[in-house]
Write a protein that binds this ligand. Sequence first.
Ligand code: PEP
Length: 251
Amino acid sequence: MRIPIVAANWKMHKTVAEAEAYFRKLLALVPKSPGVELVVFPSATALHVAARELEGSPIAWGAQNAHPEPQGAFTGEVSVVQITDLGASYLICGHSERRHIFGEDDAFVAAKVKAALKAGLIPILCVGETLEQREGGQAWTVVERQLSAALSGIELPTPEKLVIAYEPVWAIGTGVPARPQDAQEMAAQIRNWLGDRFGELGKQVRIQYGGSVKPENAQDFLALPDIDGALVGGASLDPEKFWTIAQAALG
Ligand code: PEP
């Protein structure tokens, strides 16, 4: 059974005090057994706040970014090992903002996924095409290339060790989500690909949709047969909106 997974990507938002207030509000809303897995990705400066405030709660947390090398001369970077040391469970890999703004290529994303798994983190691997690529009929080619590259040489002991987020680039932060039928079609293709790559186990990997998900449209995506959750940016900054979106996964 694929337990729904709804994740909050705060991006570069919230001070320590704001993070504290957020977690306290969210913890007051979420029951002990929510029926949906919740994961929050704060900025690096608030990871210790997540570690403290969410300990013993049903809410997991992770890092938006980490360097694949365990240590070394990488000024300004934080490693997967350091993130794990703080108590993180998840790591976002291949987010389009990291690919397009910071120039992370497929090989670097692959190194991150590998390092995350080795350190005991669960990667949320983001894949998705640009508008130009979709309009050029290249959406699946691009997504398949990203999957093949990022998961090359990876072994999957259990389906829970990996999450895929299908995030069409043109839908992220624009207020214009994908059409649900397009998201479903892509998720089904991704699931088939995972089945070919990892066998039966691969078909049980959870697939999220991400791109302008909000309380008003969450149900449209979370009710789709191959979509098991959402990766939410803007709307997740408000704990009430985030919890409302997560509840849509409960049907
Ligand atoms: C994201 O950051 O992955 C994202 C999907 O952002 P938004 O929900 O704001 O489109």
